[in-house]
Design a protein. Sequence first.
Length: 300
Amino acid sequence: MSTHKTKFDQPAAEIFIEDHFHAPPTELTMIADGETSQAFLFETAEGQRVMRVSSHSKDGFLKDQVAHEQFNSIDLPIPAVLEVGEIKSGLFFAISERAPGKPIDKFSKEEIDGLMPQIFGVLDAIHATEPFGEGYGNWDLDGKGKYTSWREALIKSADEDDEETKTAPFYNDEYSNNLQAEVLAMIDGCPEVRQLIHDDFGFNNALSDGKVITGVIDWEHAAYGDPIKDVAWLDFWDEKQGYAEAYKKHIGEIPADFTYRLTCYKLLIGLGSLGFFARSRQEESYKYAQAIIDRIQRVA
């Protein structure tokens, strides 16, 4: 069991919603039991609503609100966040409009193949959206990136493990140090690119009705940087789907350094995942990520 997971069950959701809206919730169901938040669907007189609950921070919910205000369009649908607040000390909630459909990771491989043009069309829309603040890397609620260059953002993300991370009994310090050295050596070869990226796109953060992408959610990690990193995220976590190859066909003219950048970002994602799974004491997930990294290194 992850030590990072928010704990908030359906009975607790029913009590809060009834108290908050002064009426018992109609057709309340849990629709997501995520790593950092739980999500519940319920009916109101104005339509279906989604309540997400997190024990970590409300900043991610507020960033979703900013993303809707700044980027929402026909080509990039982002559900409106109607309210963000605190249930009790250290437990936060957001009420959002519901995007129809289901997360794309709930579709079959064949169905996702059919959705590829839609998936990459939305990615194109994200990457074509003008950044609304300065800087690089993860941006704050004012749109300001944390770093002065993409290179600095990448280096910082390669050095997130702390002493607490290393206390996990299954954490392999030598393995992570060697991987970190490999990633840092590759970062210098990545270009200084500054475009809007989601940095957590796809899977349970992109919704579809089976025909189009109906909503892009969870903008907490959104950043300014290289759009190939969004492709790397998809390809790292679902190698069999073939996202990178499909993306190359989608864009047609492939940058000469595409494979290099893709590999660097996938290894960086792997490095960060090892740290996260160690901190949250998820040994099986740690081993799963390590196996992906090993396969990437064998091919590179």
